[in-house]
Design a protein around this ligand. Structure first.
Ligand code: FPP
Length: 252
């Protein structure tokens, strides 16, 4: 039995009736509000991040149980280096701790871990855990979790353009080969489809440099709830609302 029990149990608990044939294939999440969650409780911001990890664990589990195929999580942006050193290193520590503690269960649950973003800037011990997580889960074919680390949408596009420029310089391609598919293939997770649904917690209505290329036709869902308070019920609500949107992709 999965953690949601079963679909009937969802209904019994007063949950919304999801259409399991129309689930979003890819959900992206901006996990915002950890700092405010802690500040409201007169606690250090890092306590907010720690509780954010608990929410993260729950949402990965729920997404896997719901048979969502891709989940992309904004964990650390290219701009987050501007935060106090102590907060940056607390986030690194949490990431290491999370991967060490959870990777066994994630693997058992057939979750495949990947990252997007330029992780070369991360300390050796963080890279080590990331590499273990990726290689251990490499053959899994359940939920694909992309963790965005040192990620910025603009940075990702710049890096893609550099790769394409290199191909041009070495005459592997010509200008006429440059199209949307080629650009997509040079982004960080070319095999991941564009997000169908983008969830942002913490109440701000902006993209904050997340998946700029990929969100061209993504449905946005924003909640005031701070990330540590985000539960499977919120996720289900977001999916339910998504299923009631009319996606036209620019058509009629
Ligand atoms: C935004 O809250 C959150 C982050 C910058 C980090 C997100 C990280 C986690 C959920 C935990 C660590 C991640 C992993 C993968 C272990 P904020 O600090 O910007 O909150 P605020 O807007 O209230 O200040």
């Amino acid at each position: 039995m999965n953690m949601l029990g079963n679909n009937n149990e969802l209904k019994k608990e007063g949950q919304l009736n999801l259409d399991y044939d129309k689930l979003p294939q890819h959900i992206a999440i901006i996990m915002d509000g950890n700092g405010r969650w802690a500040t409201m409780r007169n606690m250090p911001r890092t306590v907010g991040h720690r509780n954010g990890v608990k929410a993260l664990r729950n949402i990965i589990r729920t997404s896997s149980d719901l048979n969502i195929k891709y989940l992309t999580l904004y964990a650390f942006s290219t701009e987050n280096w501007k935060r106090p050193k102590s907060e940056v290193s607390a986030l690194m520590k949490l990431l290491i701790e999370y991967l060490r503690k959870e990777i066994g269960d994630l693997n058992k649950n057939n979750v495949k871990i990947n990252t997007i973003g330029d992780i070369t800037r991360f300390p050796e011990n963080v890279l080590h855990e990331i590499n273990i997580a990726k290689s251990l889960t490499n053959n899994n074919n359940g939920l694909n979790v992309n963790i965005a680390l040192n990620y910025g949408g603009r940075d990702e596009i710049v890096r893609a353009i550099k790769k394409i420029g290199q191909e041009l310089l070495t005459n592997n391609i010509t200008i006429n080969n440059i199209n949307e598919e080629l650009i997509n293939n040079n982004l960080d997770a070319p095999e991941t489809p564009d997000p169908d649904l983008l969830i942002r917690t913490g109440g701000e209505y902006r993209l904050s440099n997340f998946l700029l290329w990929q969100c061209a036709y993504t449905e946005f869902w924003v909640t005031d709830v701070y990330w540590p308070d985000f539960t499977e019920n919120h996720l289900i609500q977001a999916i339910y609302d998504f299923q009631n949107r009319n996606r036209r992709f620019g058509g009629l």
